[in-house]
Design a protein around this ligand. Structure first.
Ligand SMILES: *[C@@H]1O[C@H](CO)[C@@H](O)[C@H](O)[C@H]1NC(C)=O
Ligand SMILES: *[C@@H]1O[C@H](CO)[C@@H](O)[C@H](O)[C@H]1NC(C)=O
Ligand SMILES: *[C@@H]1O[C@H](CO)[C@@H](O)[C@H](O)[C@H]1NC(C)=O
Ligand SMILES: *[C@@H]1O[C@H](CO)[C@@H](O)[C@H](O)[C@H]1NC(C)=O
Ligand SMILES: *[C@@H]1O[C@H](CO)[C@@H](O)[C@H](O)[C@H]1NC(C)=O
Ligand SMILES: *[C@@H]1O[C@H](CO)[C@@H](O)[C@H](O)[C@H]1NC(C)=O
Ligand SMILES: *[C@@H]1O[C@H](CO)[C@@H](O)[C@H](O)[C@H]1NC(C)=O
Ligand SMILES: *[C@@H]1O[C@H](CO)[C@@H](O)[C@H](O)[C@H]1NC(C)=O
Length: 801
């Protein structure tokens, strides 16, 4: 996505609030300090936060270093040399020299850093020695010069400022010239002008030159000094000196004036005649720069442009011009020229886009995590214009001016997000910044920044289905693939790389394994449906982001049956007994068959082998029916096999042997199941007649009539208090209970079958009648007594009553 951000479109996506702090940080430091000298502490001096913040020097390299935690500012290996610092090289004496810096302060809790600007005033030290322009200075003095005449000596210069600058001159004169020359220093606009004063009469015929020494010393604490040879030539008498029309000349020169453009004309006149009045103009004490930019016509004094005039290099040009006549002993005069350069709008605004604090930029690209909050700054934009006045006033009408720092020509903004970013929808933005100055015509410039949105792991993997069901046949080969699951992740890179796993679970542990990369689920063992028919577990898809996000889904594996189990008879062999003369198609016995398989594989078909018409078996119930009437005298045993076949493909079968014995008598007596001889039932006297109070149950192992039972009370019922139903054996109370009935009763119950001969069993049925049952021990004593008492003696209530 490409978006042009200019004054007018800025608010669509981004905003550039102006930043800065109202405190202007100012420090002072002397130049040429060794490394690691503390210049100042932002926390201690200006109360900036002293913990959980990151301080970072943005502007001020390589001279400064800022401690990230404390905001302390130190000097570095790169010593600050005031005389070589950009911006301080062309200062005039007395102007302060500033080193500007910028520090960002990032709050670890909030992504929006503060940016603060500061200035360090670099104090001069005496690190430069005053020097004369040349080691040999020449001065020509006419003979017979009046005593007291002054002759300017070319001044020395010192790159240091003010008090470290040139302070004093000293003339060292040998004995031969001691009475002839002296030194006087004139002060003009803070500049010291040494002048030689003639103190005696000079006679060229006697001596035509003198060599003196002039020494210059600066005002530093430890003064520095140097000297030059001052060679004085004595000339023949000569005439008047030229004189400039003005003491000083001033002019205004538009920047970028063309070559040959005339700036001003200096003019001196000489009251002499002839060659003595012909004047030659020359630069005097003018820097190389002045000589490069301006041309001074020797004869006319016209100054024209001969080099590019750039106000951004020099705002004013100052120099002196000397006018010298052409007499045999030339005389000269000096004037000062000051040219002020008027700005033209020849510089476009500069847009500097950079990272700051924890935001780093590389090759014009900023990486911004998609999860940053709205209004997170992604760049610091500094718009500046090195022109002057209106030509440097950078405007952007829609930008809100937030703070009071920053000048018209230098403003700082944050480029910050206006809406949440989403890597999944837009991965990259190109932002173009347009800045316009207020010149006429205005100049504009553009710069652009690429913002790359970096992915954050904000999407969890999602399985194609939340519930995945598969069927899988038992008796598999180990390592067979059961299924393949798959999940997708909307992120990218490692945030979208998925590792699959099975959620640890006791019931499935070790049985299934998952390929983390492919999502294949394999079975490690041989499955047996007869042991486990269904497996339920969860699968997890975890992406490789940090922290990792997970998605889960349920897996249901239903094990399909194979016909791997035979039908199984519950007994290894069956032995049934039948009675003679049973009706045809009577049941003679029953077998039970089970098959551990399922469905058709467990559907069992039973048959008699060898097939005959004598016996048949019912498929569902396993009941064997006879299709003959038995006659023991004819055949007393029948043996055959039963075959069970399941419905599988192929089917499985098993066999069991059956023996049927034909009986001719009532073989078994009825067996009493309940009640036990030693039990009793408690009857409260209030029991209503007709109430069922107990039940005798018996079983007979025989068949037919031999197993049909008849229940009778044989004795122990002298009051006819009780009755029993003949077929069911249910005992009921027949009469109202009276006082005489209190105590233990013993009914002797006979259970007979209908066999011929009939067989029977005997049951003792005890009742204890009393208002309450408080002393069981007593009742048990009575019971014990009852068991020792012959059956023909009645035990029925209170014998003493
Ligand atoms: C020299 O300059 C002075 C003052 O400007 C003027 O009075 C005089 O006439 C000039 N002389 C010549 C020869 O131009
Ligand atoms: C931005 O991310 C790219 C790729 O992820 C990386 O190569 C580059 O160094 C990063 N740039 C910055 C400034 O962190
Ligand atoms: C089957 O029962 C008969 C009659 O009670 C008996 O004689 C025979 O030994 C029994 N056979 C088996 C195998 O139990
Ligand atoms: C029973 O036996 C008779 C002949 O004895 C035969 O006709 C009939 O089919 C048989 N019944 C069964 C159910 O086998
Ligand atoms: C038992 O089932 C099979 C087939 O299912 C059938 O052929 C056979 O006649 C059945 N036997 C009986 C006694 O129902
Ligand atoms: C119960 O008592 C009767 C009669 O004395 C006796 O025949 C029978 O065997 C006894 N029952 C038990 C299980 O002892
Ligand atoms: C019979 O009932 C009476 C009166 O409630 C009581 O005192 C006595 O202990 C009872 N006998 C037994 C054996 O519980
Ligand atoms: C219960 O009866 C026994 C036997 O008759 C007797 O020894 C005992 O004292 C009685 N107990 C109570 C609490 O009446």
């Amino acid at each position: 996505m490409k978006r042009v951000v200019s004054c007018f479109y800025l608010w669509l996506f981004l905003q550039l609030p102006l930043i800065g702090s109202s405190i202007q940080v100012k420090y002072k430091v002397e130049e040429e300090q060794p490394p690691n000298v503390l210049i100042g502490s932002l926390t201690a001096d200006y109360g900036y936060p002293d913990s959980k913040h990151l301080y970072k020097l943005e502007v001020g390299h390589p001279y400064l270093r800022v401690d990230g935690k404390t905001g302390d500012i130190y000097t570095t290996e790169s010593a600050i040399d005031r005389e070589n610092l950009i911006g301080c090289q062309y200062l005039y004496p007395g102007e302060p020299c500033y080193l500007e810096f910028e520090v960002s302060i990032t709050d670890m809790m909030s992504p929006v850093p503060r940016v603060l600007d500061g200035q360090i005033e670099v104090l001069d030290i005496n690190d430069n020695t005053p020097n004369f322009a040349s080691p040999v200075l020449t001065l020509s003095i006419p003979e017979n010069t009046n005593i007291g005449m002054l002759f300017p000596i070319p001044a020395a210069t010192d790159r240091d400022s003010e008090k470290n600058g040139v302070a004093s001159y000293e003339l060292i004169v040998g004995p031969e010239a001691h009475e002839l020359f002296g030194l006087q220093v004139a002060e003009d606009q803070d500049e010291k002008q040494p002048q030689l004063i003639v103190m005696g009469s000079l006679d060229r015929e006697q001596r035509d030159s003198y060599d003196l020494t002039i020494k210059v010393q600066d005002g530093g604490k430890t003064p520095r000094a140097s000297s030059a040879l001052l060679h004085i030539s004595i000339l023949d008498t000569n005439d008047n000196a030229p004189k400039f029309e003005k003491m000083a000349y001033e002019a205004v020169l538009p920047e970028n004036s063309p070559m040959g453009h005339s700036v001003l004309q200096v003019k001196a006149n000489d009251s002499d005649q002839g060659a003595n009045a012909e004047i030659d103009y020359a630069f005097y004490q003018a820097s190389d720069t002045v000589r490069r930019l301006l041309y001074l016509e020797r004869l006319t004094g016209l100054i024209t442009v001969q080099g590019p005039i750039d106000r951004e290099d020099f705002g004013t040009i100052r120099f002196s011009v000397v006018a010298k006549d052409k007499g045999p002993n030339p005389k000269s005069a000096h004037t000062q020229v000051t040219i002020t350069i008027r700005d033209t709008n020849d510089n476009k605004p500069t847009i500097d886009i950079r990272g700051f604090g924890l935001v780093t930029h590389q090759d014009g690209v900023a990486n911004v995590s998609e999860d940053v909050p709205v209004e997170t700054p992604v760049a610091l934009i500094q718009v500046s214009d090195i022109d002057e006045g209106k030509n440097a006033a950078v405007t952007c009408v829609l930008l809100k001016q937030v703070s009071d720092t920053g000048t018209d020509s230098k403003k700082k903004y944050f480029l910050q997000t206006k809406t949440p970013l989403d890597y999944e929808s837009v991965k990259e933005y190109t932002i173009e910044i347009v800045a316009v100055d207020s010149g006429n015509p205005p100049l504009s410039s553009t710069n652009s920044l690429k913002v790359q949105v970096t992915d954050v792991n904000d999407n969890a993997p999602i399985f194609t289905q939340s519930l995945m069901e598969v069927t899988f046949k038992e008796n598999n080969l180990p390592d067979e693939i059961v299924m393949v699951v798959s999940a997708s992740d909307a992120d990218s890179g490692s945030n979208a790389q998925i590792a699959y796993s099975i959620l640890a679970d006791l019931t499935t542990r070790g049985i299934f394994s998952m390929n983390p990369d492919s999502g294949q689920i394999r079975v490690n063992t041989v499955l047996d449906r007869e042991v486990t028919e269904q497996y339920n577990f969860h699968v997890v898809a975890a992406d490789k982001g940090t922290p990792s996000l997970k998605g889960t889904a349920s897996v249901v594996i239903t094990v399909l049956d194979c016909n791997d189990n035979e039908p199984k008879f519950m007994l290894d062999g069956y032995n049934f007994s039948v009675m003679e003369n049973m009706p045809r198609l009577s049941p003679v016995g029953m077998v039970t068959v089970k098959d551990a398989d399922k469905g058709e594989n467990a559907r069992i078909h039973l048959s008699v082998e060898p097939e005959s018409a004598e016996f048949v078996i019912q498929n569902g119930t396993g009941i064997i029916l006879s299709n003959i009437s038995f006659d023991r005298e004819h055949q007393s045993t029948y043996t055959f096999r039963l075959k069970a076949v399941d419905g599988g493909d192929p089917p499985r079968s098993s066999y069991v042997g059956v023996t049927i014995n034909v009986l001719d008598e009532n073989y078994n007596a009825p067996v009493i199941v309940v009640p036990s001889n030693i039990s009793y039932a408690y009857l409260p006297p209030s029991t209503d007649p007709g109430t069922k109070i107990n039940k005798v149950r018996a079983e007979d192992m025989d068949m037919g009539l031999n197993a049909q039972l008849d229940y009778r009370i044989a004795s122990g019922n002298p009051f006819d208090l009780f009755q029993i139903t003949p077929t069911e054996g249910e005992v009921t109370l027949e009469k109202q209970i009276l006082r005489k009935h209190y105590g233990l009763h013993r009914l002797v119950v006979k259970v007979k079958d209908q066999g011929k001969p009939s067989r029977h069993g005997t049951a003792l049925v005890h009742f204890f009648i009393n208002e309450t049952l408080t002393n069981q021990t007593y009742v048990e004593t009575l019971l014990g007594h009852s068991l020792d008492t012959p059956l023909d003696i009645d035990i029925a209530g209170d014998p003493e009553y």
